[in-house]
Design a protein. Structure first.
Length: 240
């Protein structure tokens, strides 16, 4: 099922690129009588495209719909005869998007807290089986020591947190972490023996595994899967 979802995701992204390239190709040979480039190579269209990618690449569909909605919202004045430049609306756009994402994440956080709890052990270590972290214009360090870690959600916007799981243990079925990073970064500190798989979509960013693994260190069958979207930022995996 996971492989099929990955194929579907890549197919949708590929179709979007093929359609955009095909339309630009037709314009090059004057086969269409209007400037398609004006509509495709545009920051408003980029917002819509990012939203579509988020919807098909992540569990955070509401965040994707926010991007799509904002892109459509800023296209409306253009079709009405007004022209809006990116520098005029950049910060209002950022603030609106962050506000909507915070509201969405707050609902997710409250649901997770009611369902799984947020118990703390000695030294502030979190005993919950699910990671839930939101970093906006800042960050911090969270230590998870659950012996049945199942995954969670991490959001980093213009900031980022350090999530330490050195003393944790993954659930038998594995752990899935959904990340959303935009102009920020997240550091995951995990044992060198854990296997890491990534299905995250990256645009001007990416995921890097910087763990120092000794040749003699045994490889565990414990697997952590990273899903989600990384935009203009990064996710870094280390083991100190």
């Amino acid at each position: 099922m996971e492989d099929r979802k990955t194929v579907d995701k890549r197919s949708i992204i590929a179709i979007l690129l093929i359609v955009a390239g095909g339309l630009l190709f037709l314009q090059t040979f004057d086969l269409i009588d209007f400037s398609i480039q004006r509509y495709i190579l545009n920051w408003k269209t980029l917002l819509i495209a990012i939203g579509i990618v988020i919807v098909v690449s992540s569990e955070r569909r509401i965040t994707g719909y926010i991007f799509i909605g904002l892109g459509i919202l800023f296209w409306i004045p253009v079709f009405a005869g007004y022209n809006i430049s990116l520098h005029q609306v950049f910060w209002p756009l950022v603030l609106i998007a962050i506000g909507l994402i915070i509201l969405n994440r707050r609902n997710v956080h409250d649901h997770a807290k009611r369902r799984h709890g947020m118990a703390q052990g000695d030294g502030g270590n979190l005993l919950t089986d699910y990671i839930d972290d939101v970093s906006i214009f800042g960050g911090g360090t969270k230590r998870y020591t659950s012996q049945n870690l199942k995954g969670g959600n991490i959001t980093a916007i213009f900031g980022g947190s350090e999530i330490e799981m050195i003393n944790a243990n993954i659930a038998p079925e594995g752990a899935v972490i959904d990340v959303f990073t935009m102009f920020g970064g997240t550091k995951l500190i995990i044992p060198g023996s854990w296997q890491v798989k990534s299905e995250a979509f990256s645009l001007f960013g990416g995921l890097t595994d910087k763990r120092h693994i000794k040749p003699t260190e045994p490889i565990s069958d414990k697997t952590i899967l990273i899903k989600g979207v990384i935009l203009f930022g990064g996710v870094e995996i280390k083991n100190y």
